[in-house]
Design a protein around this ligand. Structure first.
Ligand SMILES: *Cc1c(COP(=O)(O)O)cnc(C)c1O
Length: 425
């Protein structure tokens, strides 16, 4: 499609958008002058669904009215609350029902999964990951290898982009895995890289890990709710994601976990245990001897944090209704329009000196575009912020913009362009 930079064109795309009514389901932050902010930060903290409050209130009411009886007699009994989230979560990531569970928070889950899936031996102890990974992942990996008695540099192989490039080539990732095959215990990547917005080829990288006898684990914080996934078919060993970025479930809210059934149904897979993962029919018998629930549910430890999960469920219902394939189809259009808009404004304003480091190929990215600003980056960021745009600044010189298909419009992008046109040094 040939995109035009004018309001009428953007409005026509909005009229034809099959997901246009979903925007009404979200709260937009408002500026001092009363108008809504242009919000491009759904990759960092998604907007609040209007149904979230009601979902939370319903659990507060059950607690008020029932006390402890809410565990069995609530509208949604807390005893197996996590199950209310299973179906939509499985659909979202392409897992079987027994392969997903919602529990804890993301980094905690990464550690719990590494207890099961990073089991270094004398000869096979290395972890291969992308250079410049999200800090929490770097720290998690660093502490894991140290816990097993290794130095970071000895045990972790970080893959860097080639000289003069910003993103990784799949061929380089596959070659690194092959070259270090015998020593590699775990290949651990983000699905979508938080800084560059690159969407890695999960299926190919997972297959390469398996071909050398390693485990493939994925951090899907920037991927779940952004791109359709087929974790079961792709034979991913394990994955985890948070619920507050594209999944719009509120600050610090619960995380999702995928464990492939080949591990999850194997009672001998090591894990750290707690009462909530114990075989459900005997959970309250308080007996010695841990028997895990089959599948990912057997990784649960603590009883479900119902208030956060109620909010997450209200958001998952929106994703289910919209359908991940429809969301992705709109997302491709929105991000392409954003890309064209950025080119247009650069051509029309010499003060704008940046390039987009996110891959141009839509198959290798999700919603986000990262723009590397050569000079005056912070000034540009501050300027758009003062003019009603919420975006995200990452040191040292990147502005991330992520149009979220459930609530962003083509007109939002047109208006962003108009704002950027006004920037002066
Ligand atoms: C957002 C994000 C996190 C955040 O972890 P929490 O435990 O939820 O605070 C971790 N890793 C990646 C890759 C992220 O994008």
């Amino acid at each position: 499609m040939i995109f035009e930079h004018n309001r009428g064109f953007a409005q026509r795309l909005d009229e034809d958008d099959s997901l246009k009514d979903f925007r009404q389901l979200f709260h937009f932050p408002t500026q001092k002058n009363g108008s809504d902010f242009l919000y491009f930060c759904g990759n960092s903290l998604g907007l609040q669904p209007r149904t979230a409050k009601q979902a939370l209130d319903s659990e507060l009411e059950d607690w008020a009215n029932l006390g402890v009886e809410g565990h069995f007699h609530g509208k949604k009994p807390w005893f197996h609350y996590h199950k209310f989230l299973t179906e939509h979560s499985a659909e979202l990531v392409g897992g079987r029902h027994h392969e997903v569970v919602i529990m804890n928070q993301l980094t905690v889950n990464l550690h719990l999964l590494m207890v099961s899936f990073y089991k270094p031996t004398k000869t096979r102890f290395k972890i291969i990951m992308e250079a410049g990974a999200f800090p929490s992942d770097m720290y998690a990996i660093e502490s894991q290898v140290k816990f097993h008695g290794y130095d970071y540099d000895e045990a972790v192989i970080e893959i860097e982009p080639r000289e003069g490039e910003h993103t990784l080539r799949t061929e380089d990732i596959l070659r690194t895995i092959e070259e270090n095959g015998e020593q590699t215990a775990l290949v651990f990547f983000a699905g979508v890289q938080y800084y560059t917005g690159q969407f890695f080829e999960i299926e190919k990288i997972t297959a390469a890990a398996h071909s050398v006898g390693a485990i493939a684990g994925w951090d899907l914080a920037h991927t779940a709710g952004n791109l359709p996934l087929k974790l079961h078919d792709w034979k991913v060993d394990f994955a985890a994601w948070c619920s507050y970025k594209y999944l719009n479930s509120g600050p610090g809210n619960v995380s999702g976990v995928f464990v492939h059934e080949k591990h999850g149904l194997d009672e001998n897979t090591h894990r750290f245990a707690g009462w909530w993962g114990h075989k459900e029919s005997e959970r309250f018998q308080m007996k010695r001897g841990y028997i895990p629930e089959p599948g990912a549910a057997g990784w649960q430890m603590s009883n479900a944090p119902v208030f956060g999960m109620a909010v997450h469920l209200s958001s998952l219902e929106i994703f289910h209704k919209a359908g991940m394939e429809n969301i992705r189809a709109k997302s491709k259009m929105l991000t392409a329009y954003l890309q064209e808009t950025l080119k247009y404004v650069q051509n029309n304003n010499p003060a704008l000196d940046f390039n987009v480091i996110t891959p141009e190929n839509p198959e290798h990215r999700g919603a986000q575009l990262s723009i590397l600003v050569k000079e005056n980056g912070k000034a540009l960021f501050d300027y758009i912020t003062e003019n009603g745009v919420i975006a995200d600044w990452r040191e040292p010189n990147v502005i991330r913009l992520a149009p979220a298909p459930l609530y962003n419009s083509f007109t939002d992008i047109y208006e962003l362009g108009e704002t950027m046109k006004g920037f002066t040094i």
